[in-house]
Design a protein around this ligand. Structure first.
Ligand SMILES: C[S@@+](CC[C@H](N)C(=O)[O-])C[C@H]1O[C@@H](n2cnc3c(N)ncnc32)[C@H](O)[C@@H]1O
Length: 232
């Protein structure tokens, strides 16, 4: 049995050979251990704000004999790397809500080149952050894990796709252009169902009603495009 779930495996796939990686909120440190065991990263910092998970991480790092490559760090967010003047090529922040990730990203600094963000909640607030900071989206991917569809984005400070429109914000500048993407279609259908149920609970006069209607229209537009793509 692998120590990584499909979600963690999809995140690991976004890391390239020779990288120096930070995994913020590592918990059990399974992802850093997997990256070290697979052999192609130079170093992984496995950080957590809490002592208990970090102790579990330390035990796992020892059991899997990867102490030469994985360094556990007790730290809040990403400031530690600036204080220590350590350059990180990819900083992973996964398995938290988008708001917690945004709190961590408030301390964004020049020692981090790129972020791999995998929230448990909607990615849209993170794309807003990318747009505001004039950063780029390098990769967007969807993964099905334990019956949940997770969205993972790789954010680059130097090159990639810009987040320009509402379409980009909601569905992603890369994902919205993919063809025959069954997971995207499934995700859009689920979102549409959620919006329909919300629309049934809100009075038509409510400001949110209009917002949800707009989003529903965008979803329908993208679903139509997806269907046309499947046919062609
Ligand atoms: C649900 S676990 C996610 C574990 C792993 N990253 C994953 O994706 O499966 C969230 C972890 O993030 C840690 N955490 C929350 N806020 C943090 C912060 N500001 N800095 C570092 N770690 C944080 C928690 O202590 C917890 O261990």
């Amino acid at each position: 049995m692998s120590i990584v779930t499909p979600r963690l495996f999809a995140i690991a796939n976004l890391i390239s050979d020779g990288e120096v990686v930070a995994d913020i909120g590592t918990d059990h440190a399974y992802l850093p251990i997997y990256l070290a065991k697979s052999g192609h990263v130079t170093k992984v910092y496995a950080t957590d704000i809490a002592k208990k998970p970090l102790q579990v991480a330390k035990n796992n790092i020892q059991s899997f004999a990867v102490s030469d490559k994985v360094q556990p760090v007790l730290a809040d967010g990403i400031e530690w790397f600036k204080e220590k003047r350590i350059k990180i090529s990819s900083c992973i922040i996964a398995g938290m809500g988008a708001n917690t990730i945004l709190e961590i990203l408030k301390k964004d600094h020049e020692f981090i080149d790129c972020y791999v963000l995998a929230p448990n909640t909607d990615v849209e607030p993170l794309r807003r952050w990318v747009k505001k900071n004039k950063y780029y989206i390098e990769t967007e991917t969807l993964v099905l894990d334990n019956e949940i569809i997770y969205e993972i984005i790789k954010v680059n400070k130097f090159a990639g796709h810009k987040v320009k429109s509402k379409f980009d914000l909601f569905f992603g500048p890369i994902l919205s252009k993919t063809k025959n993407n069954a997971l995207l279609e499934q995700k859009l259908y689920l979102e549409e169902q959620k919006i329909i149920s919300l629309l049934n609970q809100i009075p038509k006069k409510d400001k949110k009603y209009k917002q949800f209607m707009k989003k529903k229209k965008l979803i329908n537009k993208l679903l139509k495009k997806e269907k046309t793509n499947v046919k062609s």
